[in-house]
Each structure stands twice: as structure tokens, then as C-alpha cells.
Ligand binder design. Structure first.
Ligand code: SF4
Ligand code: SF4
Length: 376
């Protein structure tokens, strides 16, 4: 289990404050990117057979160029930057890049396969101010498709549990064609045992189709969600994922290209990793008008999309645009006669920040909350 320390506790409260501020900004204004993924190198030390996001030869993006891109994202008022690859730990100055994200008041997240983690690198991330880390673990034992295995990574997870002063999410996936769905549950249980966060996503089959999950696969997903101690987890309340689990297509509006940006190694803006090539405009030329236009642009890929982080951003936009309908959609009542019980963090945020609560006392508390979060 992670050790208790005053420094960890202080960091946790500070992070909670900055994340609440990020949510409040997203609810207040539609004109900035909530989240940007930034590729720091295309190269990877592994070669998962399902992956088309890596090569084995690219040089890291020069640090000065990455810091310039972070400046451009800060100028667009981006609130979260996730460093990705390839494998970001192959970048020799990753700590400096994380530091420069934090210096600009942006939340810093890192996605890694975990292979190159050591206690020293984890301590370096603590000092640099990393806010969150995500590691995907594909199976319990390595196989032909993937070496991202619990057996290989368990020591790294133990080091993270011992040394990391930031939350670590261990992500596993389940799909209709996953042969060993119980692997995802074993991975999630191990993560929870170590005091880390476990999350699970669903995957398409090889042809990009979504098929309903079998009762066994569904039970695995439910059991993984049941391990979460968090008062609110978007995975538990994601209406789009719930439909895909049943093999149903989704009707939602994706705001990628505006509220979510994917910045490739060449500094071009794309919708997301699955939709590279659109709009493929250099970040240096990307403006507020581009953000607003691309946020509104319809995307034909929405019915099948399984990109969880973009859906989370879209849920915030639904809350901003039509709070009451969004709350009903995200938290459907079990019984049509009784309104659904909202989780505590959602009750607090919606009471303080959503314009549907427009009584004079609501306006007073909203103003006070915005002042506390330093939002004009
Ligand atoms: S570790 Fe990640 S980036 Fe590397 S090949 Fe596997 S899925 Fe792709
Ligand atoms: S719907 Fe999904 S795949 Fe399509 S652009 Fe949005 S995030 Fe990307």
C-alpha cells in the first residue's frame, strides 16, 4: 500500500483543487482545449501486434520544440496535457517537459508501458510534479500479441505503490473477442491490492466492429468497476460505454479537434489517435476559431468510438450545454418515479457551478466557488 506522508496528502489536496478548477473552466467556457495528448517520441521499446502508434527508429522530439508546443497549448488555455508516444520514457528529458507543463499551471499526465520505470525515475517524476500516470497492462503472462504483462510489470507496480506521490491507474481491456477476460480482473485486483487505481476499457474486434459482450465478459467489467473506492468514477456512469457493452451504437457529439487535441511528433493537430489526418493543421497556426469550428464539426466515427478520455470531455460539454438532460443521461433513475441519487462530488459541483441552479443563494455560492477556484 502507498505510505502515508504529509507531503503526499498536501499534494493530493492541491491536485484535487486544480482538477476542480479544470472542471469549472470546462463548464464555464467552450473555447479552450480541456485535454491535449502530446507525442514526445514515436519510438517504442515494445512492438504490440495490435498497435499502429509506434516505430523502432524515430528520434525523440527535441525538448525545446516540445516546450514551444506546451507554450502554444498554454496560450490556447489548455487545462490538461497527457504525454504519450510511442513510449514517452524513451525521451531523455521527460522530467524537464513535465516541469514545464506544471510551470504553466497545466495538469501533467503520463501514459507509459512501464518497462523503463525504476525507483529513481519515479522519484524524478515526484520532483517534477507529475499529476497522474496511466499504465496499460494487457495480460497476466506475455504472449505473441503483447509483452505488457502483469508478470513482467509487477515489480514496477510495487515500486510505484511505494514511491509515487501521484495517482497511478492500471488500465486493462475487455472485448467480445478477448480469450481470457479473467486476466483483466486479475490485473485490476492486483492494482487495487497495491493501492493503485484500476480501470477497464472495451475494445473493437480486428475489423473495428463492436459486438455485445458475453455474460462472462460483462461480469468481469462489473467486478472491476466494483473494485473502485472512488465516490465518482466516469467508467461507472459512461452511458456510451454501457451501450457498446450491449453491442448498441451511440448517438453523441464528439468535440475532438476543439476540446481534445492530439499533437503528433510533427506538431500537427489531429482529432485523436484513431483519427489522425484530421484536421492536421500545425499547432502554431491553430486558433480559437479552429477550436470552436472543430468542436462543432460532426464526426462519422462517433457511433463506434471507444475513446474514453474524449467521451469524458464530451460529458462535461453536455453538462455545460444542457445540465438537466445531461445529468439524467449520465445518472439515469433506477425507478422512473424517483430521481436518481447523484454522487456527492457531482451534487457539489452541479450545485456550485451549473447555471440551472439560479436562485439568488445559488448565484452567491457559484460566484464564491468561482472566486475560490480563481476563475474570472
Ligand atoms: S507499448 Fe504502447 S506504443 Fe508501444 S507498441 Fe505497445 S501499445 Fe504501442
Ligand atoms: S468519435 Fe472517437 S474516434 Fe472519432 S474523432 Fe471523436 S474521439 Fe476520435
Amino acid at each position: 500500500m502507498p505510505r502515508f506522508s504529509l507531503r503526499r496528502t498536501a499534494k493530493r489536496w492541491h491536485r484535487t483543487y486544480r482538477e476542480a478548477r479544470m472542471v469549472a473552466l470546462a463548464l464555464k467556457s467552450p473555447a479552450h482545449p480541456v485535454l491535449a495528448h502530446v507525442v514526445v517520441t514515436r519510438r517504442c521499446n515494445l512492438a504490440c501486434t495490435y498497435c499502429n502508434e509506434f516505430d523502432n527508429f524515430s528520434q525523440p522530439v527535441p525538448t525545446a520544440e516540445l516546450i514551444h508546443r506546451i507554450d502554444l497549448l498554454a496560450a490556447l488555455r489548455t487545462t490538461v496535457i497527457t504525454l504519450t508516444g510511442g513510449e514517452p520514457l524513451l525521451h531523455p528529458q521527460l522530467d524537464e517537459i513535465i516541469r514545464s507543463i506544471r510551470r504553466r499551471g497545466i495538469i501533467a499526465v503520463l501514459v507509459t508501458n512501464g518497462y523503463l520505470l525504476t525507483p529513481d525515475r519515479i522519484r524524478g517524476f515526484n520532483r517534477a510534479g507529475l499529476d497522474r500516470m496511466q499504465i496499460s497492462v494487457d495480460n497476466v503472462l506475455p504472449d505473441e500479441a503483447s509483452k505488457k504483462s502483469l508478470k513482467v510489470l509487477d515489480q514496477k507496480l510495487r515500486w510505484l505503490a511505494e514511491f509515487a506521490e501521484f495517482p497511478v491507474s492500471i488500465h486493462s481491456v475487455v472485448g467480445a473477442h478477448t480469450d481470457r477476460p479473467e486476466d483483466a480482473l486479475t490485473i485490476a485486483r492486483r492494482a487495487t491490492e497495491l493501492g493503485l487505481i484500476s480501470t477497464a476499457g472495451i475494445v473493437h474486434d480486428d475489423s473495428g466492429r463492436i459486438e455485445p459482450l458475453s455474460p462472462v465478459h460483462r461480469r468481469v467489467l462489473e467486478q472491476i468497476e466494483g473494485l473502485s473506492k472512488s465516490r465518482f468514477s466516469f467508467a461507472r456512469h459512461n452511458p456510451w460505454r454501457a451501450n457498446l457493452v450491449r453491442g448498441l451504437l451511440n448517438d453523441w457529439h464528439c468535440t475532438a479537434g476543439g476540446r481534445h487535441l492530439y499533437i503528433c511528433e510533427n506538431g500537427l493537430v489531429h482529432y485523436c489517435l484513431a483519427q489522425r489526418g484530421y484536421p492536421a493543421v500545425p499547432l502554431a497556426q491553430y486558433t480559437r476559431e479552429d477550436i470552436l469550428r472543430e468542436s462543432k464539426a460532426p464526426k462519422s466515427c462517433t457511433p463506434y468510438c471507444t475513446i474514453f478520455c474524449v467521451q469524458r470531455v464530451a460529458a462535461l460539454d453536455e453538462l455545460r450545454n444542457s445540465p438537466r438532460q445531461a445529468l439524467v443521461r449520465l445518472f439515469p433513475a433506477k425507478n422512473p418515479e424517483t430521481p436518481a441519487a447523484l454522487p456527492l462530488p457531482i451534487r457539489v459541483l452541479s450545485a456550485l457551478l451549473l447555471p440551472s441552479h439560479d436562485a439568488p443563494s445559488g448565484r452567491f455560492f457559484r460566484k464564491a466557488a468561482l472566486r475560490f477556484l480563481r476563475i474570472d
